[in-house]
Design a protein around this ligand. Structure first.
Ligand code: ZN
Length: 293
């Protein structure tokens, strides 16, 4: 188990003594700092792997051409380039589609499609692009803040600083270098794109999101690497100023949007692995996101 408590304990035991930063230490424990020589026995104890986790939950939605997108954005498209067994007589780049030795498709999508990462550059001219997000920041404790009951009756509800403080009363202080995810229950709408974007007659979306002041709190008074949401945006849908994006991405944190299955992982104690894409200069992109606990 790579529980926040263990991470914290390991840091206290060897991090300060060895004059190692939490960031560097987590990199070692997360297996991301290849070649590191620090305390391999302790690293083995602390690092949650598929072998010692008792549960692995996929926080990623399956992407289809029908998957809801930000209003006005291009829908995901997938076109067959080559097929082993079937074909329609047209020609792909590998020759005739029917009877090819291999099956493959060409994909077309905007970066912010499906379960995806927002790199800091998405909302900050000085922000790093997606391939520059440090590998050590892609493996982190994940805290889930549940506002689903409120969101069910108030679609515009915000995850507030008070919600975060109440979470800490129940689960303890947010771990260093964690991901904080908003669970609003929105994924129950994902099969109905109209209900997912929840636009009114004027086109305004009514979906939950982080209050900018809550993100300010996480950025300035806690130590996070990212914030995530089960909605299309870390901001509420009706926002026109995108304060949560600006507060998080402007501070060099990344976002993860349209997360799945947040109700099935513990509010505290899971380790998240974010398979962010690596296309150079990207503002983000579809990601495979897993939780281990
Ligand atoms: Zn995005």
């Amino acid at each position: 188990m790579c529980s926040p408590r263990i991470m914290s304990e390991v840091y206290e035991r060897i991090g300060r003594r060895a004059n190692v930063s939490r960031r560097a230490l987590f990199g070692v424990l997360g297996g991301a700092a290849v070649g590191a020589t620090l305390a391999p026995a302790l690293a083995a104890r602390a690092y949650a792997t598929p072998a010692d986790a008792t549960s692995i939950v996929d926080l990623t939605h399956v992407l289809t051409p029908q998957f809801p997108v930000w209003p006005g954005s291009r829908q995901f498209e997938m076109h067959t380039v080559a097929s082993i067994t079937t074909g329609n007589g047209s020609t792909g780049s590998l020759g005739p589609i029917g009877g090819s030795a291999f099956y493959l498709n060409e994909l077309r999508y905007e970066e912010h499609t499906g379960t995806h990462v927002d790199a800091p550059a998405h909302a900050s001219v000085d922000g790093i692009t997606v391939e520059q997000i440090p590998a050590a920041d892609l493996i982190a404790p994940i805290a889930v803040v549940d506002i689903a009951a409120r969101a069910a009756t108030d679609n515009d509800t915000l995850l507030t600083r008070q919600d975060l403080l109440e979470w800490e009363e129940r689960h303890g202080r947010l771990s260093s270098r964690c991901i904080v995810a908003m669970h609003s229950g929105w994924e129950s709408r994902v099969a109905a794109p109209g209900a997912f974007t929840n636009q009114d007659a004027l086109g305004v979306q009514h979906t939950p999101g982080f209050a900018p002041e809550a993100v300010d709190f996480l950025v300035h008074e806690r130590d996070i690497v990212a914030i995530g949401s089960d909605t299309l945006s870390i901001d509420a849908g009706r926002s026109t100023t995108y304060g949560a994006h600006l507060a998080a991405l402007g501070a060099g944190k990344y976002g993860i949007e349209v997360l799945a299955n947040l109700s099935t992982i513990p509010a505290s104690g899971a380790t998240c692995m974010v398979g962010a894409p690596t296309h150079a200069g990207g503002s983000g992109g579809p990601a495979r996101v897993l939780a281990l606990f």
